[in-house]
Design a protein. Structure first.
Length: 274
């Protein structure tokens, strides 16, 4: 297995040019499968993990200790660099963010993301949010400085009156506070994505694709996007297949939904190195 420093160097290099997809596994099995499919890096998904734990995706549904254990488990599952979906830092204030991010870096992650959503569904005040990003920057610097820090502006997801303008203002501040990668999940219109790319340049922009928007990897690369994640989408695809098949069995007594199952032999072979 590659050492954390090697994974971090490889992860940083991926952001220097081109465009790549960083899919989001929700457990070691899905991480191993994605690695075998040829992806070059992985990112955790707080929602995917929460759903698997029988919890909703909210800022207070997961304990920090459980999240750190999960991140470490995904890091250990493959030889790929892993970026942690670290929500709002699992802390009430900047000092807490510094401490929790330092602990996350100790799991061997190659990167992590910090968002500016507060627990009540609103956004942190811009100054406070920027201070929290700066605290995360200080934590990764103390850990050696090679953990890639992504800062997220949640303006599109919380229903802000001017999501694009506010996201640009916030991401600009987060960049100045030390974020390496900028991210405004929920931006879907090509013109918005291009505006975000231009606003944070020369730093890379991550775009979330959680559904079939009609955009392809090539389209996003043409817009200048450097990194594409899918968040909880793959986990929800798995849940969707599970629910359809289970509902048919419970409702009509039909087992037709089982026809879409992955072959047992393929899964056994794919995960045979466990």
């Amino acid at each position: 297995m590659r050492q954390p420093a090697e994974k971090r160097a490889a992860f940083r290099a991926l952001h220097e040019s081109g465009c790549f997809v960083i899919p989001n596994p929700w457990d070691p099995g899905s991480a191993k499968a994605l690695a075998q499919l040829g992806f070059r890096a992985l990112a955790t998904t707080s929602a995917g993990f929460a759903f698997g734990r029988g919890r909703p995706d909210s800022l207070d549904s997961l304990r920090l200790e459980d999240v750190l254990a999960h991140v470490a488990e995904i890091v250990a599952a493959t030889d790929l660099p892993v970026s942690a979906d670290f929500q709002s830092g699992y802390a009430e204030d900047a000092d807490g963010v510094l401490e929790s991010v330092a602990r996350c870096a100790q799991t061997g992650v190659a990167g992590l993301s910090i968002e500016d959503a507060a627990g009540d569904g609103s956004l942190f005040d811009p100054a406070e949010a920027t201070t929290r990003v700066a605290a995360a920057r200080a934590a990764v610097d103390d850990a050696g400085g090679d953990v890639l820090l992504t800062a997220r502006a949640e303006c599109f997801l919380v229903g802000h009156a001017d999501p694009l303008g506010e996201a640009i203002r916030r991401l600009t501040a987060y960049s100045e506070a030390g974020a390496d990668v900028l991210f405004a999940p929920g931006a879907r219109a090509p013109e918005d994505i291009r505006s975000l790319v231009e606003a944070v340049s020369p730093k890379p922009l991550n775009v979330l694709i959680g559904a079939d928007t009609g955009l392809t990897v090539a389209d996003l690369a043409e817009l200048g996007v450097r990194r594409i994640s899918v968040g909880s989408a793959l986990a929800r695809v798995a849940w969707g297949a599970f629910l359809r098949a289970a509902e048919e069995i419970a409702g009509s007594g039909s087992f037709a939904g089982l026809d879409g199952a992955a072959p047992f032999t393929r899964l056994n072979e794919m995960l045979g190195d466990a």
